[in-house]
Each structure stands twice: as C-alpha cells, then as structure tokens.
Design a protein around this ligand. Structure first.
Ligand code: GLC
Length: 770
C-alpha cells in the first residue's frame, strides 16, 4: 500500500531479509488488504534500499537492521538490533524474537490499543496477552485487548509501527533503557508493518486501511444503554424499561447478563425466569428499546446439551496438550471451548445466532473471550503420569487456557490473542447471514488488531473510582489511535459503590463516549439514574438528553470512522501534532474535529485546568450557553459546576445537533441545528440515512470561509436520500456584528453575539456581511 512497508524478520533462523525464500506465506488475522505495490529494490554490497510511495527503507541483510525515512529523507525510525532464539522443548518449542528501535529524546509513543497510562506511553512496559482481570486498577497490564501497534511522534511528524504477531508479546517503551523501544514476541518471527505520516491521522488511516475499517453501526447502538449483572428475570428488565420511561429518560438498549441463561449454558434461556424471550423483545421494542444478551464462548460440558454434543461430535473444541478435550470452568463447570480459530467452527457458531435473531434479539455482547477460564479441570487423567511435562502442559498466564492447549496444529500461545476476535468474527458473519437487512451490533471484551471490523469494545471490569473516570479518556483515545473507534467504559464503574457525584460526572462524560453504557456488577448497589436521589436524576437526565442532541454529529463521526478509520475521541495533538502541551493533555479530548471536552475528574471540584490548543475557542458549556471566545495556546481555568461539563467549539468548527428524544428512530433527522463558530476555514460533514440497514443516504459537506468582513458558507450534498425536514437552523458564533445576510429564509435573529438563521433544507450558499 502507499505509505506502508512490511518487513518479516526471522531472527532465530537467521533468515534475515525482506523476502527470504524460506519464509512461508502466512495467514494474518489482522491484515485485510493484499494491495501490494511494486517495490523498488536496489542492492549495494549487502545493503538493500527499498522504496514505496512515501517511504524508503535501508536494510542491512547481514543483521536485519534497518532505517526508515520519509520522502524528505528524514529518519523516522531506526531498528538497531534484531535477535532471537528457538529452543525445542516439551511440549512446546520456545521462541523469542526481538528487535530494538532507537528512541530519540522527545519522541512520544501513542496507541498500543487498550492500555493504561497517559497518552504518551514513553517510560512504560506492556505485555500483549488478552487477560481477564477483575478488578483492574489504573496500572494493571495486560488487559483484555492486544493491539501491538504504536504511533511515534517527534517534532510534529508521525510514523507508525505494527507488530503483526498474535503470539504473546511485549514492548518496553524506553523504560528499561531510556533510548530504546524493545519489542519481543514469543513467536519465531517478527512481522512488522511501518507506516508513513506525516500527520498522526495519516498513520491511523493507513493502519485502518491495512487492518480493516469498522462498519457503520446501527443508530440505536449509539443511544443510551442500560445493563446490570443481576437483572434476574424478564420482569426486572421490564421494570428497568418502565422506570426509564416513567421518568422521561432516553434509552435505546437493555442488556441481559448471564442471569438469563439456563444453568450458564450458552444459547439457552432459563424459561422459569425468562419464559417468553420473543414476547420480551417485542414489548421492549414497543417502548423503543433493543435487547442485547451476553454470549460467552465457553460451552457447558453436559451430556445431552445439544450445543456441547454437537461441538464434541464435530471435533470443534480446543484440546489440552494430552489431546483430550480441554476442560475448565467459566461460570459453567465443567466448560469446554470452541476453537474459533477454525473456519468451520466459526460458521457453526455464526449459525447459532439465528434463533436469537428470530426472537427479536438486536445485537450480541461477547464477553469472557480472552478466553477467560477460572480453573483448569483434569481432562481424563491422561496427562497425570507425565511428571515435568505435565507441569509444562498446564502452564498458563492469567485465568485462561494453558500455553500448550491445542487449536488444531497450533498451540494456544500462538493464537490466544486472536481467540476473542475470531469469536466476534463468527458472530458478525452469522449476523450478516441470518439478518442481512440489519447492521450487526456486537460488543466485545477481547480483541486483537482488526477487531474494529466486527465489534465495538468496552474496557471490561473497571471500578467506581474517580481515577477510572479519568483513565477512561487516555484509554479510549489509545484504542482510537489503534483503529478502534467504537468504544466505551462501564459508567459509573462496574465494581464499587459510586457516589452520586461520581455517577453524575461520569454520566456527563459518558455522553461523549461512542458507546454509552451504564453497567454494574451483581453484588454492587444498583446504579441506574434514579438511584442517586432527585437532584442527580435531573443531572443524569440532562446528560442523556445532551447525548441525544449530539447524535447527528456522533453518527456522522461513526460514518467518518467507517470511511477512514479516524476515531471519534481524538487527542488534542491531532489538531497540532507539534504542540507538546497538547500531547500532554490526557484528561481532555476532541469529540471529532471541532468540539473539545474537559470533564471534571475529581470529587468536590467545580473548576479545572484546561489546555486550549492554538486557535480560538468558544466557551460553550454543555453545548448550551455560548460564553466568551478565548485565545488558545494557553492553559485556562474552566468552570464546571455540578450541572456542567466544560465544552468548547473551535473557531472554524461546526456541530450538528438535534432535539432530545426518548429513543432513536431515524438518522434522517427531522430536526436539525447547525452550530458554527465562524472562522477562516470551516469544514463539516453530516451523514444521514435511515439509521439501520443498507438503504439510501445523504452526505452534506459544508465549507466556510471568513474573509474581509464576509463569511460565506457553502453546502454540497451527495446521495439520494430525500430529507424529511423542511428547514434547519444555523447558529453562528463569533461574529462581531452583522450588516446583511443572503441565502437564508429570513434575516434571522441577532442576539448576544449569536446569529440565528432559519434555512430551507436545500440551502447551498449563505453569505453574511459583517
Ligand atoms: C464479566 C464482564 C462483566 C459481566 C460479568 C458477568 O466480569 O466483564 O461485564 O457483567 O462478567 O457476566
């Protein structure tokens, strides 16, 4: 691809080089494109110079080391050593493959998927090994998702690095040695992709082109979601929906946690507690609510349970080193594990979604798919006589399967990190086969590079701590930079006892998560919006309504992600990659390109320090009352009383809002407002369609410029979907006075520095003279 180079290093076999004949073709779980450009290769006494559009690589064949440069000849990154070894062992061969990159002073490293820490991970170490940790803390590593991808950024120039090895791997980001980034895989080779910038957005775009774009989710999945482990009966679910509706609270989704299952058997219903699944989904639908059940990958090993019998009969299960079907415990005891790494198993699993889809189930929540395994159980006793080998055969890391478990010819240590993604792939493909007219909605806990192709991700079992509220920002931004745009965290924390204040603050912040879900663990207090007293209920209601106002923009951002992989939640440095202050700002973010959000992250606080990147910013708390315009490139103290989340609109920024609603209906918005902060260069896009399915759409592209007292806005529309609204309203901020307006239905009202202009829906040009 343009701007992307792949190098396969095979250090332990000493087969260095970019296309060594001994390297067998490899199936990647992450990479979806086979767009290979002709490389230009020049050899000069053992040094190869490889060039592709945007990049050049100088490679020393004797050592496997290389230097990557951009088209200006600027050194982006240098590989200083490649090493490794392989030791045959019983039952597993042990490999170590390593490479070290130079880490020049001042270079920042971002991304790495789902990781803790600030945005810049320099000075940290991470392991890539999908892990179920309950509870996790602000410094827990590894977590559930492994994406060995990072973005380097120095003096405003970005480049990218992706280690396409699902094997257990590690990275030391200038921690052990301040001037080295060391990667190590437990596999026999290092399959590396290098990406050109120069802008961080270019790197992300290229990475997502390589690993797959996320599909546009259904609009309803962007609405408010309520969940709890411990809604034990269908009546509990009805009660939740009713409680939302009687209080006039927006809601689109309720989840069913493991409580709905019959004795923890996947693809069953406990018919005493959930006697009529179809009736339940129908009733929920009549209140505008979708039902999404949890699906765990483990299958209860119980004679005459058809899913188990079928999987066993067809040899679809992961085996222990001994060759017996591996037995463990995950809720169900004993449980077995379908081997999703095989296509026929994925197909079978995909088909299991059909009955649930026919029962009116709207989407699926794939949990415990690292895979989690609380305990390993003896399989038939056949390994017991083998002494040392037995120890080795059972060796595992975290609550999961042993390294040596068998997936056909592969061992678990090789495919562990793709297990969860392969499960969501099965779900996605099954969904497409059995409900082809609907867009799949899947939520996953585990994943590998490319997970964005199938599912939204949430960050697992967080806690009701202020630190976790704060951590959610860099964590979701890190995931976003690693290609995963559709993300959220449990609001207001899965484990613990949230205070009313934490609940309110987290719900305010959650308004901006691409996935907004309130979820709680079973023994914890209930934490639906009405559990914290009337004042906080009102605060939550306002936040939920704000979410629904924001949907035209959020939906358009999801569409943008589906087109070019850019995340919804973006670090401030995306505006100005050379701004080192912006890079440090981990607890505030851009929602898209134009809106900046800086939530209060500490108890009792009503003010906070905020960094405004260069440019001008309209202080616009709650996206309601426009306040003053502030000059950027400085820190300011922002006001955030309990009912307010501080937000700003960038000069040149535009945001489309609609009216709050109890639930979503269509993304062909019947009511629409544009809020535009007049600046020299306005660029905005609004994507509209029916909100689900694959019908017609309409994309409005708005550009604006301000020049010598004249502000001109132009709109181009693509697509065939006919609008349903008659008019829309433009709110223009930042104008110092208005002499005349042409192109509008009426002159509009000028009040408190805001020009409000009603426009016919098919407007294509507006001129404001000031
Ligand atoms: C795991 C999930 C959590 C879920 C629980 C019970 O801990 O992360 O969200 O509620 O299992 O299914």
């Amino acid at each position: 691809m343009p701007g992307v180079l792949r190098i396969r290093h095979a250090p332990s076999s000493a087969s260095f080089g970019f296309a060594h004949p001994q390297l067998a073709p490899k199936q990647s779980w992450a990479v979806v494109t086979d767009q290979n450009l002709p490389l230009q290769v020049n050899e000069d006494s053992g040094t190869f110079l490889v060039t592709v559009e945007g990049l050049s690589l100088e490679l020393a064949a004797s050592t496997g080391t290389w230097t990557l440069r951009d088209t200006h000849g600027r050194e982006l990154v240098r590989c200083e050593s490649v090493s490794g070894e392989s030791h045959p062992n019983m039952p597993l061969s042990h490999h170590r493959s390593r490479l070290a990159l130079n880490a020049p002073p001042g270079e920042a490293y971002l991304g790495f998927g789902e990781k803790v820490g600030a945005l810049d991970k320099r000075g940290m170490r991470f392991t890539f090994w999908n892990t179920d940790v309950m509870p996790h803390h602000p410094d827990t590593d590894p977590l559930y998702i492994s994406i060995p991808f990072c973005l380097g950024l120095r003096e405003g120039v970005a480049w990218g690095f992706f280690l396409d090895e699902p094997w257990r791997s590690e990275v030391d980001v200038a921690y052990g040695e301040p001037d080295r980034v060391r990667w190590e895989s437990w596999g026999p080779e290092l399959d590396v992709y290098l990406f050109a910038g120069p802008h961080p957005a270019d790197v992300v775009r290229r990475y997502v082109t390589l690993t797959g774009r996320p599909p546009l989710p259904p609009l309803w999945s962007l609405g408010a979601q309520q969940s709890r482990w411990g809604y034990e009966t269908a009546d509990d679910i009805r009660g939740v929906i009713q409680a939302y509706r009687t209080r006039g609270l927006p809601l689109d989704v309720v989840y069913l946690d493991i409580d709905y299952l019959d004795a923890f058997k996947v693809w069953t219903w406990d018919r005493t507690r959930f006697p009529d699944p179809q009736g339940l989904t129908r009733e929920a639908a009549s209140a505008g609510v979708r039902v999404v059940p949890i699906i765990n990958p483990n299958v209860k090993a119980q004679e005459s349970y058809p899913i188990y019998e079928e999987a066993k009969e067809q040899d679809f299960l992961v085996r222990a080193d001994s060759g017996d079907v591996l037995l463990g415990e995950v809720w169900a005891r004993p449980a077995v594990f379908p081997d999703f790494t095989r296509e026929e198993v994925r197909y079978w699993w995909g088909d299991l979604h059909q009955e649930f889809l026919e029962q009116g189930i709207a989407g699926f929540w794939n949990d415990m798919n690292e895979p989690a395994c609380f305990e390993l159980l003896e399989a038939g006793g056949s390994v017991s006589a083998m002494g040392g080998r037995m120890e080795e055969a059972k060796r595992r890391e975290g609550k999961t399967l042993p390294y040596a478990a068998r997936h056909g010819k592969r061992r678990h240590v090789e495919v562990h990190n793709v297990y969860g993604m392969a499960m969501t792939q099965a779900a996605f493909e099954g969904f497409r086969r059995h409900a082809p007219q609907r867009r799949p909605f899947l939520l996953t806990r585990a994943g590998y590079a490319g997970i964005q192709r199938y599912a939204a991700a949430w960050t697992g079992d967080n806690s009701s701590h202020w630190e976790h509220l704060e951590l959610s920002m860099p964590m979701l931004m890190g995931l976003g930079l690693s290609g995963v745009a559709f993300t959220g965290v449990d609001i207001p924390g899965f484990i613990g006892r949230p205070s009313a204040e934490l609940f309110a603050r987290w719900t305010q912040l959650g308004t901006f998560y691409p996935l907004m879900r309130n979820h709680a663990a079973k023994p914890m207090p209930f934490q639906e919006p009405w559990r914290f007293g009337p004042q906080h209920l009102e605060l939550a209601k306002a936040a939920l309504e704000r979410r629904y106002r924001l949907l035209p923009t959020l939906y358009s951002l999801m569409h943008e992600a589906a087109e070019n992989g850019l995340p919804v939640l973006r670090p401030l440095m995306m505006l100005d990659p050379a701004d080192t202050e912006a890079l440090q700002a981990f607890d505030q973010f851009l929602f898209g390109r134009d809106l900046m959000v800086a939530p209060i992250t500490k108890p009792g606080q009503t003010k906070r320090m905020v960094y405004l990147p260069k440019g001008q910013w309209l202080e616009w708390p709650n996206m309601e009352r426009p306040c003053s315009v502030k000059e950027g490139g400085q820190h300011i103290i922002a006001d955030g009383p309990l009912n307010t989340i501080p937000t700003w609109l960038r000069a040149g920024g535009a945001l489309a809002l609609t009216k709050p609603a109890l639930h979503t209906t269509t993304a062909n918005w019947p009511y629409l407002e544009w809020h535009i902060h007049v600046g020299p260069d306005v660029r905005a896009r609004l994507y509209e369609d029916e909100g689900d399915g694959y019908g017609e759409s309409r994309l409005s592209l708005i550009t604006g410029s301000f020049d010598r007292g004249r502000f001109t806005l132009e709109r181009r529309v693509q697509g065939k979907l006919a609008p349903v609204r008659q008019q829309e309203t433009l709110y223009l901020y930042g104008l110092k006075g208005v002499r005349s307006v042409t192109g509008a239905l009426e002159l509009g009202a000028w009040k408190d520095g805001v020009l409000e202009i009603p426009m016919g829906v098919d407007w294509d040009r507006l001129v404001v003279n000031v």
